[in-house]
Design a binder for this molecule. Structure first.
Ligand code: FES
Length: 191
């Protein structure tokens, strides 16, 4: 009960803060990281046969890892993102990258309902991102809400991260444009 109240209370505070500031950071915004290598296509943690963090589904395992970008956790916990290696047969969308060793997507994990952090999961026969607080679910291929309050309230999808891959197999998080690192705002969604 206490934990629920604490989570709910902090979510309301954050929501109020977002409403007044229009963003997740205060006025002292540090420099963003810029393009950053977040993984390599040959990392064991992204290998379906070796990964310890994965979602099991009929199309195979979906390994994933969390990372912070374009700010680290000391700036805000709401810049936690997830990188997932999705089954190759799932559609490619803006920002995702198909490599010689897997297809990858990355999203910010701050729920656009009341700012809890979502996690990879499987529901309705789909690979999803699921919110532990009130049950919102987002499609893994495009982060559009499919269930729960984020869907019922017709809220925007989770911010996507634009991925590229270099000749060494490094997966790189890239700003969408110089002024817009994520495609959207954590906790608010696509703008
Ligand atoms: S915070 Fe309410 S569903 Fe995620």
């Amino acid at each position: 009960m206490f934990l629920q109240a604490a989570v709910g209370g902090s979510a309301v505070l954050v929501a109020a803060s977002l409403a007044t500031s229009g963003g997740i950071l205060g006025p002292l915004v540090p420099p963003a990281k810029g393009p950053a290598t977040i993984a390599n296509i040959y990392d064991a943690e992204l290998d379906p046969a070796k990964a310890t963090n994965f979602v099991e589904g009929p199309l195979g395992r979906m390994p994933y890892k969390f990372f912070y970008w374009p700010y680290d956790p000391s700036v805000s916990p709401y810049y936690r993102n997830v990188l997932a290696r999705v089954p190759d047969s799932l559609p490619t969308t803006d920002g995702s990258v198909q490599t010689s060793n897997g297809k990858y997507v990355a999203y910010n994990t701050t729920c656009v309902h009341l700012q809890c952090l979502v996690n990879p999961g499987y529901a309705d026969s789909q690979y999803r991102l699921q919110c532990p607080c009130h049950g919102s679910q987002y499609e893994i291929t495009d982060a559009v809400p499919q269930r729960g309050p984020a869907f019922d309230l017709n809220l925007g999808r989770l911010p996507r991260i634009r991925l590229t891959v270099d000749n060494n197999g490094n997966i790189i998080a890239e700003p969408w444009d110089p002024s817009d690192n994520l495609e959207g705002v954590p906790g608010i969604g696509l703008h």
